[in-house]
Design a protein. Structure first.
Length: 137
């Protein structure tokens, strides 16, 4: 398997595992998690409004930039590199300042897989040979 194919597979795996995490989080209804989620909603309501608005806005920007950057990386476009890093930085910003979140086991696993593959994609796109491929386009 050549480097371009591996790179594209990692980008697709990151997108697919993030999407799967979101779907599984909504589909699997565990009674314990349902109780925890209602408690967390009450805690979120007690937070300052600026915090939820800021994190929500950053989340929307992160999702949009992540999708656009992923498409750009699949097409091997150089402009997608900084956008992909920005999207991951916004996600980390959301984790640090974000509101409490309750995940099920499967959703958490696929969410972490998405973040891990994102780190692999970032490493690959700034190291050779992908760095020279992405700089040419």
């Amino acid at each position: 398997m050549n480097t371009r194919t591996l790179f594209r597979l990692l980008v697709i795996l990151g997108l697919a595992s993030g999407l799967l995490a979101s779907v599984l989080d909504q589909m699997i209804q565990d009674p314990i998690l349902t109780g925890l989620k209602s408690d967390v909603r009450e805690a979120i309501d007690a937070l300052p409004a600026w915090r939820t608005v800021t994190v929500g806005f950053a989340g929307l920007i992160a999702i949009a930039s992540y999708l656009v950057a992923s498409i750009g990386l699949l097409l091997l476009r150089g402009w997608a590199r900084p956008l992909y890093v920005l999207a991951h930085a916004l996600v980390l910003f959301g984790y640090l300042l974000g509101v409490p979140v309750v995940y099920g086991n499967f959703a958490f696993t696929f969410n972490e897989l998405s973040m891990l593959t994102g780190g692999m994609v970032i490493a690959m796109m700034y190291l050779e040979p992908m760095a020279s491929i992405l700089c040419r386009k």
